[in-house]
Design a protein around this ligand. Structure first.
Ligand SMILES: Cc1cc2nc3c(=O)[nH]c(=O)nc-3n(C[C@H](O)[C@H](O)[C@H](O)COP(=O)(O)O)c2cc1C
Length: 247
C-alpha cells in the first residue's frame, strides 16, 4: 500500500477510454488477485467483487466495471473507500484507467451473500493519458479543509484525494501530534441530500488511505483510531471519523 505514493499524482478519473485498447486475460487475472491483497481499514468486514463487461451495468465508460459487495457492518463504507482507493492507485501504476461510478446501477444487487455497494469503471489506458500536473486538479483551498499549522506537507498531498462530485467532505484539525479527521455534512454536491452520508463516507475512507500513504512517505509513524460518528460539538456540522496520533 505504502509504495503507491507516487500514484497519488498520476491517478485521475478516467472518463474517456480508447476503444482500441483492451485488457488482456493476464491483466484481468492480475486485478482479481490484487483485489484481495489490499489491507482493509476494518478487519472483519467481508468483501467480494465481480468484474463484468461495462454494458452489463448502466455505466457508459471503460471496458469493464468492478462491482463491489460488502457486509454491512459498522464503518463498511469507510472500509470500501480505503480498500478501493488502493485499487485506484494500483491501477494507475499498471496504466489502467479507472473511475469511481457512484451513479452506476447493476441488476446484480447481491453476490455471495453480500450487498452491492458501488462500482468502478476501468479499462486500459495510455500512460500519457494520466494526470501530468496534479496541482491543476480542481480542489478546495487548503484553509477550508485543514486547520492548524502542523503537517502541512501531508495536507498539500492528501487534498488531491478523489471524492464523489469532488465534494471533498474532509475537514482536518491538526494540533502538533494530534490529527482529528471529520466529515462535513455541509458539502455542496449534486447528490441528493439523503444519499450524501453514503457517498461521503466512502470518500472519507479514500481520504484515510491517502493520509496513511502520505504520512508514511513523509516519515511519520502514527496510530489510528476510528470513531463511530460522534458530532464535533453541538454547533458544528462535523462528524468525527478518525484520529491519528503521530508517535
Ligand atoms: C465515491 C465516488 C463516486 C463517484 N461517482 C462518480 C460518478 O458517478 N460519475 C463520474 O463521472 N465520476 C464519479 N466520481 C469521480 C469524481 O467526480 C472525481 O473523483 C472528482 O471529481 C475528482 O477528480 P479526479 O478523480 O480526476 O481527481 C466519483 C468519485 C468517488 C470517490
Amino acid at each position: 500500500m505504502y509504495d503507491m505514493y507516487d500514484m497519488i499524482f498520476k491517478r485521475k478519473s478516467f472518463r474517456r477510454f480508447d476503444d482500441t485498447l483492451a485488457l488482456s486475460n493476464e491483466e484481468l487475472q492480475k486485478i482479481e488477485q490484487q483485489l484481495y491483497k489490499f489491507p482493509p481499514l476494518v478487519d472483519d468486514i467481508n468483501l467480494k467483487y465481480q468484474i463484468v463487461k461495462q454494458d452489463k451495468t448502466t455505466c457508459k465508460r471503460g471496458e469493464y466495471c468492478l462491482l463491489v459487495y460488502s457486509e454491512k457492518k459498522e464503518d463498511y463504507l469507510l472500509n470500501i473507500g480505503y480498500v478501493l482507493a488502493q485499487l485506484d492507485l494500483w491501477m494507475a501504476s499498471e496504466n489502467i484507467g479507472a473511475c469511481w461510478y457512484g451513479m452506476g446501477k447493476t441488476t446484480e444487487q447481491q453476490y455471495g451473500g453480500l450487498d452491492f455497494v458501488i462500482m468502478l469503471a476501468f479499462g486500459k489506458g495510455h500512460s500519457v493519458e494520466f494526470r501530468k500536473d496534479y496541482t491543476k486538479a480542481k480542489r478546495k483551498e487548503l484553509a477550508i479543509i485543514w486547520n492548524g499549522e502542523s503537517l502541512v506537507d501531508v495536507a498539500n498531498v492528501v487534498r488531491y484525494a478523489p471524492s464523489s462530485c469532488n465534494s471533498q467532505p474532509w475537514r482536518v484539525f491538526c494540533e502538533s501530534a494530534d490529527i482529528q479527521i471529520y466529515r462535513s455534512t455541509q458539502v455542496r454536491s449534486m447528490i441528493p441530500e439523503g444519499r450524501r452520508p453514503y457517498y461521503n463516507s466512502i470518500d472519507m475512507g479514500i481520504f484515510l488511505c491517502f493520509m496513511e500513504i502520505t504520512m508514511k512517505n513523509k516519515g511519520y509513524e502514527f496510530k489510528r483510531m476510528l470513531y463511530a460518528g460522534q458530532k464535533k460539538d453541538e454547533d458544528e456540522d462535523l462528524i468525527a471519523v478518525a484520529n491519528y496520533r503521530i508517535l
